[in-house]
Each structure stands twice: as structure tokens, then as C-alpha cells.
Design a protein around this ligand. Structure first.
Ligand code: TXA
Ligand code: MG
Length: 348
């Protein structure tokens, strides 16, 4: 299948370009589109056969359910069986935006969307292209991140092109996604609201509105409540080590690893903060990618997946990544870094 890539204005999307997306979605085909978090691979959420194409294009396990994207409350009401007071509060404070709510589903939602679960995950994105596309299509849109399963999520049209070229008919390319990490997935179906996946809205932000919020920490013989969390994600091709600790120690360890890597003729890449970069560039890693300032986690979040993908593009064998402080958006960033490193972490 030939893939068209249309460049669309991220703030004032051109109606004729949106219509191209509407045409394919209404015909039961896949369209990749930007959201404020990452690019989504969209299909009509009410059409099981359209949704099955998502799993095929991504190579996604069937038991990993999809988030359904809506553009207004009425559309959400068609999908959700019962709203809880916590869900109402979340909608008031965080929609449209990077927060996905898990709630009891109506029979209108096909089983393939929820992986057979009784709950559906829904969110209202704030990106103008995403909102207008859903509005013009007039349908709820099921969309996972538009990457091949296991690979870093796409935050630029070029990332989607790389992973989905020849697999889908259309990519709406609006440049970089502003947030850069996926939405927070929050179970508000009853009881204490529980974070199933850390993301663009922090635990602290949620607690300010909801009071107590839990985090789903499945133990070893327990499945996570978000089925996707059990799979390896964001994996670059090279080996990756995440280093956590005082700057001085992290830098020292990175320098040692760069030298050891080079002695073995390995290409070594470094993903680090702006503050650490001056101490590392003189050691000539094959790639030095500055994620952003440690004082601006939103900057680090927006560059993270680009950094991981660049390591692959440059054929990096060993990736050394600097950890950031947990808490706020830092928790979502660290979750991605740990996952990308396959839990290969050094505390120094
Ligand atoms: O920001 C985002 O959330 C992006 C954009 C495109 O909206 N989407 C995204 O989708 O990250 P995906 O499929 O890559 O991740 C969805 C996560 C998975 O961990 C999945 O298991 C979980 O949400 N999930 C989906 N439906 C669920 C449900 N009914 N119950 C529990 N977890 C669910
Ligand atoms: Mg994903």
C-alpha cells in the first residue's frame, strides 16, 4: 500500500487536508495523526474490522487494548456505561489533554478495542489536528501510538513515516508533538483512582484535584491492570544503560564506559542533561544528544523519543542515558528510560 504524507498546519489545520483523513477513517482505513503527546494510529473505534488493521500494522499483541479518542462529552457518553464523580472531576480539570480515563464500557465498544476487558480507556486530546479530525469524522477514534510495537513512540511525522510507510494509506504530519510522552492512564472506574501508566499529567496534579491517588504496582506473579505495561517498550536496537545518581559520579561512569566501548570498537551514544553535556563532549562519544535542562523536565520529555530513535539511526551499539529526578513529569520520563534500558540500571 502506498502511503501519502500530508503536511498539515498544527494550529489551523487546513480543512481539505483533514477531509482526506475523514475519507479514509470513514472507509474503515487507518490514518496516523498528531496529538499533543505522541502520534496516534487511528481507526473508527466502532468498527471491529477497521480496528483489527491497527494490530496488524503495528504487530501489536491482541490482548493490549486501545485508547479511544473523542472530541466532546456526547461522544464519550456513547462509549461509557457509568461515570464516577472522580471521572467528572478529571474531565473538568484535565480535558482536553494528556489524561486517559478507564471506565466501564458500553456494548457499543467492540471487544477488540478493549481486549475483552469490561472497561474502556478514553481521552480527549488537545491537539487541534486531532480534535478537528475526530469532529469532522463524527466518530470516536481508537488509536495507539503510531510506532511498530516495542519501538519508541513517534513524536514527529518522520518517525511515523519510518515505522508505517507502505502499511497505511495516510499520515497527517504536523511536525513535533509538544508533550512528547504518552498520556497518563488513570482508572477511575470506582474506589481510589489508580494510575496504570505514568504520563503527561503527574500524580501530584491529579492529587491536587482528586485527593488520594494510587499507582498500580503489580507484584511479580500479578498482571498489570493496563495490559500494555507488561510488554517491553521503547527499545532501541543498541544496548542501553540508565545511570542514576550524583552528576559527578554519573559523568565519571559515563566517561569510563565511553572509553571501554571505544576500546571494543563500539559506537557509543550519550543521552544527557544540558548540565552534564559540557563534561562529556570532550570524550568524543559517537553521539551526544542533549535531552534538555534538568530544570525543565517538559523539555526532556519532548526530546526523549527523538533521542532514542536517533541512536538507532546512527547505528549506536551502546547507549548511556542520564536519569532525572522522579516526581512530576520526571516519573513519566524515568518510566520510559527504565523501560528502554530493559531495566539495565546503575545507581552510582
Ligand atoms: O498519549 C497517548 O496515550 C497516545 C496517544 C496516541 O493518545 N496513545 C497511546 O496508546 O499511548 P498505546 O496503545 O500506545 O498505550 C495505551 C495504554 C496501554 O498500556 C494499554 O494497555 C492501556 O493504555 N489501556 C488501553 N485500554 C485499556 C483498558 N481498557 N484498561 C486498562 N488499560 C488500558
Ligand atoms: Mg504505545
Amino acid at each position: 500500500m502506498q502511503t501519502r504524507r500530508l503536511y498539515i498546519d498544527p494550529i489551523h489545520p487546513e480543512t481539505e487536508l483533514l477531509r482526506e483523513g475523514v475519507k479514509w477513517l470513514q472507509a474503515g482505513e487507518l490514518v496516523a495523526f498528531p496529538t499533543e503527546t505522541v502520534y496516534g494510529l487511528g481507526a473508527n473505534a466502532l468498527d471491529a474490522s477497521a480496528c483489527s488493521k491497527i494490530f496488524k500494522a503495528k504487530g501489536r499483541p491482541q490482548d493490549n487494548p486501545l485508547i479511544v479518542h473523542v472530541c466532546n462529552r456526547m461522544m464519550a457518553n456513547l462509549l461509557v456505561e457509568g461515570w464516577t464523580p472522580q471521572a467528572e472531576l478529571c474531565i473538568q480539570h484535565f480535558w482536553p489533554g494528556p489524561l486517559t480515563l478507564v471506565l466501564p464500557k458500553r456494548a457499543t465498544v467492540p471487544d477488540i478495542v478493549t481486549g475483552g476487558l469490561a472497561n474502556v480507556a478514553i481521552r480527549m486530546p488537545s491537539h487541534p489536528v486531532a480534535l478537528r479530525l475526530i469532529e469532522e469524522t463524527g466518530l470516536p477514534i481508537a488509536a495507539p501510538s503510531a510506532n511498530l510495537s516495542g519501538r519508541p513512540s513517534p513524536t514527529k511525522g518522520s518517525h511515523v513515516w519510518h515505522d508505517m510507510k507502505d502499511k497505511i494509506p495516510l499520515i497527517l504530519d504536523a511536525g513535533a508533538c509538544p508533550v512528547g510522552v504518552e498520556s497518563t492512564v488513570l482508572d477511575v472506574s470506582g474506589g481510589v483512582p489508580t494510575i496504570l501508566r505514568a504520563g503527561g499529567i503527574s500524580k501530584e496534579q491529579l492529587e491536587a484535584v482528586l485527593g488520594e491517588v494510587w499507582i498500580d504496582h503489580p507484584s511479580e506473579n500479578q498482571a498489570p491492570k493496563a495490559p500494555g505495561m507488561k510488554y517491553r517498550h521503547y527499545a532501541p536496537r543498541g544496548e542501553m544503560i540508565l545511570m542514576i545518581g550524583l552528576r559527578e559520579r554519573v559523568v565519571q561512569l559515563m566517561v569510563e564506559e565511553i572509553q571501554r566501548g571505544h576500546a571494543r570498537l563500539k559506537k557509543v551514544g550519550v543521552l544527557c542533561t544540558l548540565e552534564s553535556a559540557p563534561f562529556l563532549h570532550t570524550w568524543l562519544p559517537d553521539l551526544l544528544f542533549v535531552l534538555g535542562s534538568e530544570d525543565r523536565p517538559e523539555e526532556i520529555a519532548s526530546n526523549l523519543f527523538e533521542g532514542l530513535r536517533l541512536c538507532d539511526e546512527r547505528g549506536i551499539d551502546l547507549i548511556l542515558a542520564e536519569g532525572v529526578e522522579e516526581g512530576g513529569l520526571g516519573t513519566a520520563i524515568m518510566n520510559r528510560l527504565k523501560n528502554a534500558a530493559g531495566q539495565h540500571i546503575q545507581f552510582v
